[in-house]
Structures are given as structure tokens and as C-alpha cells.
Design a protein. Structure first.
Length: 167
């Protein structure tokens, strides 16, 4: 058995165990940003449409059959006239409005821009899930180092199942 095959098997086993532990834990919805077709040459507003659900585990999202890298997280809300001091605020508000237009309830958490990860195609430099020296690891922040996947999953599952008070 090659080192890569062993790492893939280890990742699959860790993710299967994580799914079992998360069975009763709350999931959050996934969305995909869509730009509707023009009607009579008039552009319509983009919307975020539902694309399933996943357990949020920090930089990873775990579904029943896949592992995803987290993208942006927004709370859906209806559009309101607001003044923005930064263009990034305007962009985030646009995503929140797009989620509302796509059918998400106000205040509902939506994950957008996530990327499906393939455990069979991981290298030492893939982010956030990688294989280093034959072991599956997670890079939990851009500035942070790598953490063993098993330890990372244990910590994140514990946080999801028993969030700190007022979290």
C-alpha cells in the first residue's frame, strides 16, 4: 500500500467517524451564487440558491458524502437602504440579499463559495486539507500551521455539539 493510499484511507475513516458523531448535531445550509438570465435585455439580481446542507467544522464543511473547504458565510436578510463605509461591507450585504432572494429565511446562515475537496488528490501544499509525511492534516488559518486531522475534527465536533455559553 502506498503512502498516498494509506492517507486517503485514514481520511475516509476519520470523516466516517466524524459523520457518526455528528448525527444529531445541527447542520447549516449550503448555497450557490447564480446570475439569472436577462429578460428582454434587462439584468436581474443575482441570487443564492440552496445546494444542500453540511456540518460546519471551521475551515471544513462535512456533508453526508463529501468534505468541502469553507468559503464565505453570510446570514440571509432582506434588502434595506443602508450607507456603507467600505466596499467590502456592500459586497457582503449583496450576498446576504442574494441569499434572501434565493429563498433562505432572514437570519439563516448560508455557506457560499465552498469548494469540494478530493481526498485522493491531496498534496503537502493543498489547503485546507493536506497530506504531510503520509498523515492527513488541516491548515486551520492562513497564518497558522498544520494540525493533525483527527485532533482538529475532535475539537471542532466538540465545539459544535457543546458550544460555549453565549456563542
Amino acid at each position: 500500500m502506498s503512502e498516498q493510499t494509506g492517507a486517503v484511507d485514514a481520511i475516509e475513516q476519520l470523516l466516517a467517524r466524524a459523520r457518526d458523531r455528528l448525527d444529531e448535531a445541527p447542520q447549516e445550509r449550503l448555497g450557490e451564487l447564480r446570475q439569472p438570465r436577462r429578460i428582454l435585455g434587462i439584468a436581474r439580481s443575482p441570487r443564492i440558491v440552496p445546494a444542500g446542507s453540511a456540518w460546519p467544522l471551521g475551515v471544513l464543511l462535512l456533508t453526508q458524502d463529501a468534505v468541502l473547504a469553507t468559503g464565505e458565510v453570510v446570514r440571509a436578510r432582506t434588502e434595506a437602504v443602508r450607507g456603507y463605509t467600505a466596499e467590502s461591507q456592500r459586497a457582503r450585504a449583496g450576498l446576504a440579499h442574494a441569499a434572501s432572494r434565493g429563498g433562505f429565511a432572514d437570519g439563516e446562515t448560508v455557506h457560499v463559495g465552498w469548494v469540494r475537496l478530493d481526498p485522493r488528490d491531496l498534496r503537502a501544499d493543498t489547503v485546507p486539507l493536506a497530506v504531510q509525511e503520509g498523515l492527513p492534516v488541516v491548515r486551520w488559518s492562513a497564518a497558522g500551521g498544520y494540525l493533525p486531522l483527527s485532533r482538529y475534527l475532535d475539537e471542532r465536533i466538540d465545539l459544535l455539539r457543546s458550544p460555549p455559553e453565549r456563542a
